[in-house]
Every structure is written in C-alpha cells, then in structure tokens.
Design a protein around this ligand. Structure first.
Ligand code: PLP
Length: 390
C-alpha cells in the first residue's frame, strides 16, 4: 500500500511537467553557460530566458534573481554576508525562523553581534514587536513569510514599514530578509510589493526538484558564499544547473497559474479537516483555526493529542498508511527543535511534545483528508484509553 502523503511542507512530489522539462533541458543543452563555444552560448541564452521567467513570476527584475542550491543556501548567503561587517551591530530574528537561520546565532554572537530574538505568541510576530527592538546599530531583521510548523502568515509589509520608518530617522540602512519558502503556491507572493531586501525560495516546496532554490536580492550588498567562476552575480559560484532551474520554473509557473483554484481547494480541505476533528476531545488544534482572525495558509495544520508523544503518534499513523510529520521534518535531526519553536509561540510543553504537522497539496482529496482526520481522532482515543489504564 502506498501511504497517503501529508507532508508537503517538508517536501512535495515533483510534478510530471517539471520532470519532463528537466529531462528535455538536460538533453537539449549540453554546454556550460560559461563556455565560449556555440553550445555554451546556447546554454547561457537559455539561462537568461529562464532568469527572466523567474523574475516575472516573482515580481522581480532578472538582476535580482540568484539561483542557489535551495533555501538553506539562500539564507546562508544572506547570513554569511553579515559576518563581513567591520562593526557588528544588532541582528533581530523572529524566534520561529527555520533552523537554517536560527543556527547562525552562535556564529553571529562569536563575531560580536548582538542577536535579539523576537517571540511569536500564537505564531505571529507583529510590526510593533520588531519596532521595539530596532536600534541605531541594527544591521538586519529576519522574519519569515509563512511559518513552516504552524502555517501562520507574518505581516511582512507592516514589519517592513516599521523598519523603513525607523531607518528614515537614523539614515542607516537595515537589511530586511524574508524566508518566503512556505508561501509559494499558498498565497500571492510578489517581492516588489513587500519592501524587503532579500528573500529565499526553494523549488522542492512547490513540486520542483530538490537542491534548487532562489535568492531574491536587491541593492547588491551581499557577499559570496562560494567563490570561483563568478556565476550568479558572483554570489554563488559554480556551474549553473540549468535543467533543474528550468524544471523549477515549470513547477513555479504551474503553481501560480492555478493559484486561486489551489487556494480555494486548500481552504475547503482545511475546513473539512477541522470539522472532522472537532468531535474528538482528545485532539487540540495547535495552528490557529481557519475561521480565526490571524492569517494562515490552509495547507499546514499542526494538531496535538496530549499525552501521546509526537514521534509515537507519527509512527502509528505511518503504520496505518499516512505520512505526517512530528513538528517539522526539516528539523528532525535536531532533538526537540519543533518543541522549542512551539515554545516561542507560547504553546504549552504538553502540546508541543505531542504536536503533529499535517500538510497537504493540490491533489490531496476530500476523502483522503476525512480518512486522516477520522484515523487521528480514533487512534488518539484508543491511545488515550491505554495511557490512562497504566
Ligand atoms: N526555510 C523554511 C521555512 C523551510 O520550511 C525549509 C524547509 O526545509 C527551508 C528553509 C530549507 O529549504 P531547503 O530544503 O531548500 O534548503
């Protein structure tokens, strides 16, 4: 039996078109875009067309698009760039960022930066919370667009406004970085409307290939992470994986061309999921409810069956035929990471230790989500009876 897949926020299956484009491009363009012969020039021309496409789809200009090996690398280029500052200042990071940002804390501190974490009660960082922490020596603010565990959407425009207002009083620029990985295909993302300095994207979150991503950057103040051939505006040296880039663009194009339908479908599935779970008092919603006032993406929903450890419940569900995630799959190698993130959102330790993330995609069906909800409800009841009997 093939398990029902409810772990799209960890990674999504490559779409058929993305796979086809990968193969077609790899076969058609054998040259290295840096080579001077015809095959190289053809590849360079193709790459330029793809860059224009990416830029158009994200609301950027081609010079602002840097292809990377994924969002971890995009985040790393931005964070590493800060380390070159002669006089380290303050770095403000939301406490619910992905580990690829949070783990820079010690490096920043070892270089003399003052790292300040902003908590996110209920999963939200507010412009006011950020404004309170801004100082004249602030170098960077990092707030993600959509949290990968709770699905909460952050007020990036509001935060940018707070930063720019403060910046105007000091005349010193503050780099605003946004990890936008979980937003693509779930909401409109137009970088030109966000007033951010950089943003990270990852192809495998929207049915493109793994190991491919985008760094949007404006202002060109960043430093290279890798050095060599000077590719990607000199920020990411290394031969460009044009087949993967074309496959990513195909996936991006498909996702965005059906965006409204996809959002409507996801909203419907989310409501069904919550309705089906409602009769089970053994299950609590950890993510904000879909009828609440805070912004959420519908396709990520974390729930908790208190008293049943996440890892145990995840395993039980897998044995029955469902792939879900205990907290965030991206952090499963870091013990308790999911729990730390949820603590920053003021989720109780009991709920955090039993949190399960359900995330779905555009081809998930209503029957599948009903079956998952029923199974979660019934299993939590029988597990609850067992633990009470001990
Ligand atoms: N940022 C967020 C919010 C994520 O959910 C992930 C997921 O893994 C990443 C960054 C890392 O992305 P990648 O796997 O492309 O390195």
């Amino acid at each position: 039996m093939i398990p029902h897949y409810f772990d799209w926020a960890a990674t999504s299956p490559m779409s058929d078109r993305s796979l086809d484009i990968y193969v077609e491009t790899a076969k058609t363009y054998r040259g290295n875009p840096s080579s001077l012969h015809k095959d190289g020039k053809d590849a360079a021309r193709f790459l330029q067309q793809e860059r224009q496409k990416t830029a158009r789809l994200l609301g950027a200009s081609p010079r602002q698009i840097v292809y990377t090996g994924g969002a971890t690398e995009s985040n790393a280029i931005v964070c590493n760039s800060l380390l070159w500052r002669r006089s380290p200042g303050r770095i403000i990071i939301s406490a619910i960022e992905h580990d690829s940002i949070l783990q820079y804390r010690h490096l920043f501190e070892s270089k003399g930066f003052d790292v300040v974490f902003v908590p996110a009660p209920g999963g939200y960082v507010t412009p006011g919370d950020i404004a309170e922490k801004l100082t004249e020596n602030t170098n960077m603010v990092c707030v993600m667009l959509v949290n990968n565990v709770l699905g909460t959407v952050q007020d990036i425009k509001g935060i940018a406004h707070a930063i720019r207002t403060f910046q105007a009083t000091t005349g010193r620029p503050i780099h605003f970085h946004c990890d936008a990985v979980q937003g693509i295909g779930k909401m409109t993302v137009d970088v030109s409307q966000l007033d951010i300095d950089s943003a990270s994207f990852s192809a495998h979150k929207f049915q493109g290939p793994r190991g491919t991503g985008i760094l949007y950057q404006r202002g060109e103040t960043l430093q290279p992470l890798s050095r060599g051939g000077g590719q990607e505006l000199g920020l990411r040296a290394g031969t460009e994986p044009i087949a993967a880039i074309a496959a990513m663009n195909a996936a991006l194009e498909d996702t965005l061309s059906n965006l409204e339908d996809r959002i409507a479908h996801a909203n419907h599935l989310r409501r069904v999921f919550e309705q089906e779970l409602a009769p089970f008092d053994t299950i609590a919603l950890v993510s904000p409810s879909s009828d609440g006032s805070g912004g959420i993406v519908p396709n990520i929903c974390t729930i908790a069956a208190e008293g049943i450890p996440s890892e145990v419940f995840t395993r039980i569900l897998f044995d029955i035929g469902f792939c879900v995630s205990s907290g965030s799959a991206c952090s499963n190698n870091t013990p308790k990471k999911g729990e730390t993130l949820l603590a920053a959102c003021q989720v109780s330790p009991a709920k955090a230790s039993s949190a399960i993330r359900v995330s779905f995609g555009h081809d998930t069906t209503e029957d599948e989500i009903k079956l998952l909800a029923q199974t979660i409800g019934k299993e939590s009841q029988s597990m609850g009876r067992l633990t009470r009997r001990r």
